[in-house]
Design a protein around this ligand. Structure first.
Ligand code: FAD
Ligand code: MLT
Ligand code: ZN
Length: 546
């Protein structure tokens, strides 16, 4: 029975670091930024997952290497070496055989589920170099995979066979920032967190934030059309990206780095690259509209007794918090159990609840915002929609509450692997999918606490404010028998609810063959026409997407 609990401690302002005055610096290098790779499961578990998944080509024998593509030779490598000059710009495992360990991170995806067999990694330092690389690859029928931070979750960022990896790691300059409009123009290889830090120093915020911010590149974010933790507030990249510079497979440079918010002059070609996952070209720079950074941020972490109550609390949050609501994130009890089991830290709330939500407000007037949040919290507790909760009192607490949510992705892989489904479904039906999948796996005798069962648990979390659920199945090992119980069942379930099989992670290799569950035949045909128009030889990220 839910009762009125004391909300401890009550909202307090959290000041962001002082905003430094700065000029609109062009070409500011942010090379120094520390790359934070999300650490996932302990080495032993991760290694076993990699071992059991093996090469993608072996796990998915139905995918056949396209015989039209050439095999890399010494001659090709000589060309790339001459072009890129610097030794650090190329990892050559074609003519040297001691590069396997250096190349491995480019072959293996973040989940350690997909593993390619590439032997050449190219790291161009400029748009012109990308153009020359692609022109040469197109002429010589060499397939390529663009790669940013390699944090993608659908197997799109790593090769399937021997495709060349073209990494944007060396293209990491801020090209322009306008303090009046908030328009940022930056190379595609700038790490998201570095871009945000650059903006923070100038009073602005990058309009996207996600758990992999320490590693992912803004070009990778745009290429996946990542949604993240504050889409609710700042909207989709389809709205905030103002322009793009990209290189087409034949080497043509599309220079469309508009800095204008309004520009109705013909087809909006940049939209084609947002979410294209490297299938039509390589994004080399992005122009993006960045909002003012809020001075007052509050974060509340709440325990809720049922999914019905959570929906009502969300409705109240939208009504009562209005324009200051910047995140409304859902976590079920199992996701939090796993987080605590793996991290071993103290839970924010004393009791345990079937559901938790994290609410963030950001605004310009801390007194006003705190008052609004307090009133809202009092109201939802009086109405018994929320049973218990805490509000961060300082930035350390704020970060630790966010860690409860952002850390799920990492901890869920602890036992070896995860089947991830990133779905859009009308909010009212959203969580039912988690229960149904759990029942199905249970009935198939696949879930259990001991090693003989491949499945550890089924959890749900996500961006409730965007109707975006992350259904995750934590496994001890990837097994076809599990996959066959899950697919196409999950996709059929989603399709039946008129949902989307990919809300924000994209299609990559994982979802490629299921696109028909969310898109009609005519749409798919038009997509194929576009792909064929811009990449007639099919060298861009083959075997993926469509
Ligand atoms: P990569 O993984 O390197 O590439 C992703 C795709 O884009 C690939 O198909 C690749 O070929 C292509 N690509 C990369 N760069 C370019 C380029 N310059 N031009 C053309 N194509 C390119 N996603 C969300 O939407 N919301 C989240 O909240 C979220 N949280 C995450 C949390 C964690 C811990 C992790 C590991 C991942 C998360 N993701 C999330 C998934 C992922 O989409 C993002 O991390 C990010 O957008 C990927 O950027 P990246 O630079 O790592 O791209
Ligand atoms: C998230 O919301 O945490 C990300 O999309 C990653 C994930 O799905 O685990
Ligand atoms: Zn997400």
């Amino acid at each position: 029975m839910a009762h009125r609990a004391i909300l401890t401690p009550i909202a307090r302002r959290v000041a962001l670091p002082a905003l430094r005055k700065s000029s609109t610096t062009a070409n500011a290098s942010i090379n120094h930024f520390r790359r934070v790779v999300p650490t996932a499961a302990p080495k032993s578990n991760r290694a076993s997952a990699a071992k059991s998944s093996g090469f993608t080509a072996d796990s998915y024998p139905e995918i056949i290497r396209d015989p039209r593509f050439a095999k890399l030779t010494k001659k090709h490598v000589t060309y790339f070496k001459q072009l890129l000059g610097k030794e650090s710009a190329i990892i050559d495992g074609v003519t040297t055989d001691d590069k396997a360990s250096e190349i491995e991170p480019y072959n293996l995806d973040w989940m350690r589920k997909y593993k390619g067999q590439c032997t050449l990694v190219l790291k161009p330092g400029s748009t012109e170099e990308v153009s020359k690389i692609l022109k040469y690859c197109n002429e010589n029928l060499l397939a390529v995979v663009p790669q940013g931070g390699n944090t993608g979750l659908v197997g799109g960022s790593v090769p399937v066979f021997d495709e060349i990896v073209i990494s944007t790691a060396r293209m990491n300059q801020i090209r322009f920032f306008d303090e009046l409009s908030g328009v940022l123009v930056a190379d595609s290889g700038v790490i998201l967190e570095a871009a945000d830090q650059y903006l923070a120093e100038r009073g602005y915020i990058f309009p996207l934030d996600l758990g992999a911010k320490g590693s992912c590149h803004i070009g990778g974010n745009v290429s996946t059309n990542a949604g993240g933790l504050r889409l609710l507030r700042y909207g989709s990249l389809h709205g905030t990206v103002l322009g793009i510079e990209a290189v087409l497979p034949d080497g043509t440079i599309l220079e469309d780095l508009s800095r204008l918010r309004k520009n109705n002059t013909g087809y909006d070609l940049k939209q084609l690259f947002i979410g294209a996952e490297g299938t039509v070209g390589i994004i080399t720079a992005v122009s993006i509209h960045c909002p003012q950074r809020s001075k007052a941020i509050n974060v509340a972490f709440l325990g809720v007794e049922s999914y019905e109550k959570l929906q009502l609390a969300f409705r109240e949050a939208k009504t009562q918090l209005g324009e200051i609501l910047s995140a409304f994130e859902l976590m079920d009890s199992r996701s939090q159990d796993i987080f605590h089991k793996v991290k071993g830290n103290k839970r924010p709330l004393e009791g345990e609840y079937p559901f938790y939500c994290l609410i963030e407000t950001s605004g310009s007037n801390s007194e006003h915002d705190s008052e609004k949040l307090e009133k809202f919290l009092e109201d939802v507790m009086t109405k018994e929609l929320v049973t218990d909760g805490v509000v961060a009192q300082d930035e350390t607490q704020l970060r630790s509450l966010w860690a409860q949510r952002e850390g799920i992705t990492e901890t869920i892989g602890h036992w070896g692997g995860v089947y991830k489904y990133d779905v859009s479904i009308p909010i009212k039906d959203m969580y039912q999918l988690v229960d149904d999948v759990r029942t199905r796996l249970d009935e198939a005798g696949l879930i259990g606490e001991t090693d003989e069962f491949p499945v550890v648990d089924v959890v749900g979390y996500g961006h409730m404010g965007d109707s975006n659920l992350h259904l995750n199945i934590a496994v001890r090992r990837y097994e076809k028998v599990v996959e066959n119980v899950l697919e196409p069942y999950v996709y059929e379930w989603i399709s039946h609810k008129d949902g989307s099989i990919s809300a924000e992670h994209g299609l990559g290799l994982a979802k490629k063959k299921y696109i028909g569950y969310s898109r009609g035949d005519t749409t798919i045909t038009m997509m194929k026409q576009i792909k064929n128009l811009y990449d007639p030889k099919g060298i861009m990220n083959p075997y993926k997407y469509i």
